[in-house]
Design a protein around this ligand. Structure first.
Ligand code: PMV
Length: 332
């Protein structure tokens, strides 16, 4: 039996990704930029074993038939590289709520690619791991790396230049992320079909895409200078422009609920009236993620915890990239 275990953390995009130039290869229309978290993680063990017959997947100890197709497709890419036909058993565990807009697909597929490739004896560079993770989930390409990470859209039709690169290590600018969980229900429209709907029907899509390259440049400069106010400005405007594009889809994609908007107002007020260094971002779900300085974290957590409809508040620092656990040592 060939076995390996890996851990990966979710990432939160500050300059957002919304739109695919090639859905089959999962190629983004534009780049994106994210931060990788530390205290939230996915841990995955992959065991290739001829006696299994077919692939199996367990999520938090239970059979997960709904996750099997994407998992097997990802393993097929690894098996293709290794020249293997062995079926696999995948056991995965998240220490945070799954499918509620906390990017479990990002940490999940990053951990799967790192564990699966190691189990098959493939010695892949971080860039190759990022490309393989991207095939399963665009945001997973970024969770291969820690700290501040930029995803390159690339121009090639084969996707060989569409991968993530590290921008700045987690320790070099140790920000915090406070997550306000406003709903634990799984989202209604997943990001893949949501992006396709927006690209096809939103009259704002071209305008949204036109913002991304300038926002990436502004975010890079803000990170280089550790300029929190500049990062806050670009982070909020990228999030809101993406949601404007989503809202303009036909039918409209409305991921926010009342508590989402209330959290946004609370954070703007904290910053504008009291000078608290914090800004919000929201993905394809109702949760609100607030990026702040460590000094502001408890203040932000208390403010979000006081919003009606907020069920749970999670606090995380920035962390490292996906890595192997156990005897096999660290990777990426
Ligand atoms: O790659 P996916 O399917 O996890 O899509 C990510 C989409 C957003 O979370 C909304 C934005 C982003 O860049 O993470």
């Amino acid at each position: 039996m060939l076995t390996a275990r890996a851990r990966a953390q979710p990432n939160i995009a500050l300059v957002k990704y919304w739109g695919k130039r090639d859905p089959a290869l999962n190629l983004p229309e534009r780049g994106s930029l994210s931060i990788t978290l530390d205290t939230l993680w996915t841990q995955t063990q992959v065991s290739f074993d001829a006696s299994l017959g077919v692939d199996h997947m367990l999520l938090d100890g239970r059979d997960c038939p709904e996750g099997l197709a994407r998992t097997s497709a990802c393993l097929d890419l690894l098996r293709g590289l290794a020249g293997s036909h062995l079926p696999a058993r995948v056991e995965t565990h998240n220490n945070f709520p799954t499918a509620a807009g906390l990017a479990s697909s990002a940490s999940g597929f990053a951990a799967l690619v790192v564990a699966g490739s190691a189990a098959l004896g493939l010695r892949l560079e971080a860039r190759e791991l990022s490309i393989l993770a991207r095939r399963a989930s665009g945001s997973a390409a970024r969770s291969i790396f820690g700290g501040f990470v930029e995803m390159r859209a690339g121009v090639g039709a084969d996707g060989s230049d569409a991968y993530a690169v590290p921008v700045l290590g987690a320790a070099a600018w140790p920000l915090c992320v406070v997550v306000a969980v406003t709903s634990s229900q799984a989202k209604t429209v997943h990001s893949g079909p949501g992006m396709q709907l927006t690209r096809r029907t939103s009259p704002y899509h071209a305008a949204w895409l036109a913002t991304v390259d300038d926002d990436l440049a502004a975010a890079r400069t803000a990170i280089e200078r550790r300029d929190f106010a500049a990062l806050a400005a670009v982070g909020e405007r990228s999030c809101l422009a993406m949601h404007a594009d989503m809202l303009a889809s036909r039918p409209a994609l409305i991921y926010w609920i009342g508590a989402t908007l209330e959290c946004i107002h609370v954070i703007r007020e904290l910053r504008e009236r009291e000078g608290v260094e914090a800004f919000f971002t929201v993905d394809a779900g109702p949760q609100v993620k607030v990026v702040c300085t460590p000094a502001a974290a408890s203040r932000v957590a208390a403010a979000l915890g006081g919003v009606v409809g907020v069920q749970e508040v999670l606090v995380s620092g920035l962390g490292g990239g996906a890595h192997l656990l156990g005897d096999a040592g660290a990777a990426a």
